[in-house]
Design a binder for this molecule. Structure first.
Ligand code: SF4
Length: 357
């Protein structure tokens, strides 16, 4: 089984913390881009069954429902879609319309990943988001009314001025909504972004210890609400784990289409240059080889340690450090596997580095 990732690199406005590849929305460019995506689906040569399709961005919900439908019809025509594929679209909560959401659902999208980030207007403003807390709530409820039962929300942690009380309010709102999956990320300060150059705002971000506490607060609240942690940043009700994202962490094949998309497929890893004009002009998308083979054993271990399923302890190069890390509360061993605890996930980069060296 293979996953298909479609990169839709258009945004209404650039968020100050974002380092993803995206360009301003232009109606004509998006129309031409949709045609290029369809052309590349038809020519990609995937013969494996495709069981997940993921519209990521950027802001894929800037596509019209007709464009999404067109792309999915092209998938159905040229690819071997598995029965009941998981089809996800990342959705911007600004100005939700039930007709649009109904049309997306009718087109075959069955999973929405909504960029709520927070349910505090103050936090959303500090993050430079264009939506309000009310619009975030409305997006979830409107999606539910339109038929979606597989709804994920993004939650951002350790944002400027975030306190345990403010996070508790956001988590309470989130867990009262019909949401079956949460992606909770610590705010990363990426080089070259406006946030990285805003010293005053950075000074208002929680420090490392406070960020770890906020992360643990989120883990415990979500677990208590029935959303179990299955990956360092991912929480789901039983059976609603993201099938597409699991492919990345389990080193299963996925193909990528669109400017800036990555692929790990056909026994190699590749990416499409972040160049919209080149993508639009080429008959077939320009690709760059990243490695002539899929992940090496060390990368597999690194990805596996992100999952609460863990990895076989005997395969870890730093296995002699397990007892000390276990004593410190950062990991546990279960059926011969090493699994990070929530405390370990809070400082996962350091723990994983210890285990791999
Ligand atoms: S909407 Fe998403 S992809 Fe676009 S700028 Fe904001 S964070 Fe980045």
């Amino acid at each position: 089984m293979t996953g298909l990732y479609l990169h839709i690199p258009f945004c209404a406005r650039k968020c100050p913390y974002c380092a993803f590849f995206s360009v301003p929305y232009r109606k004509g460019t998006v129309a031409a881009y949709t045609e290029a995506v369809k052309r590349n689906i038809a020519a990609c040569g995937l013969t494996d069954r495709v069981d997940t399709v993921y519209f990521g961005g950027g802001t894929p919900s800037l596509l019209t429902a007709a464009q999404v439908s067109d792309i999915l019809n092209t998938c159905a025509k040229y690819l071997h879609l598995a029965p009941e594929p998981e089809i996800t679209l990342e959705y911007d909560p600004t100005g939700s319309r039930e007709t649009y959401l109904r049309d997306l659902y009718a087109a075959g999208v069955d999973r929405l990943s909504i960029g709520t980030q927070s349910f505090s207007d103050r936090q959303l403003k500090l993050l430079g988001r264009t939506h309000t807390a009310q619009q975030g709530k409305k997006a979830v409820l409107t999606a539910y009314a339109a038929g979606f039962r597989n709804i994920s929300c993004d939650l951002m942690l350790a944002v400027p001025e975030q306190t345990a009380e403010l996070l508790a309010e956001t988590l309470q709102t989130l867990t009262e909504l019909p949401v079956v999956h949460v992606s909770a990320y610590l705010l990363q300060v990426e080089e070259g972004t406006p946030l990285a150059g805003d010293a005053a705002l950075l000074a208002r971000c929680p420090d490392e210890d406070a960020a770890a506490d906020l992360y643990l607060q989120a883990v415990h609240t979500l677990e208590n609400a029935g959303l179990h942690q299955y990956e360092v940043s991912s929480f789901a009700r039983e059976g609603f784990e993201s099938r597409h994202n699991l492919k990345y962490w389990c080193c299963e094949p996925y193909f990528g289409i669109g400017a800036g998309a990555h692929a790990c497929c056909f026994g190699k890893r590749s990416c499409v240059p972040e160049d919209i004009a080149a993508f639009l002009e080429a008959e077939r998308q320009p690709e760059q080889l990243l490695s002539a083979s899929p992940c090496d054993p060390e990368e597999r271990l690194m990805l596996g340690l992100r999952l609460t399923e863990g990895v076989p302890s005997e395969r870890l190069p730093g296995k002699q450090k397990i007892p000390a890390l276990q004593k410190a509360g950062y990991l546990r061993e279960r059926n011969g596997k090493t699994v990070l605890t929530p405390e370990g996930f809070a400082v996962s980069n350091a723990v994983i580095t210890e285990l791999l060296t």
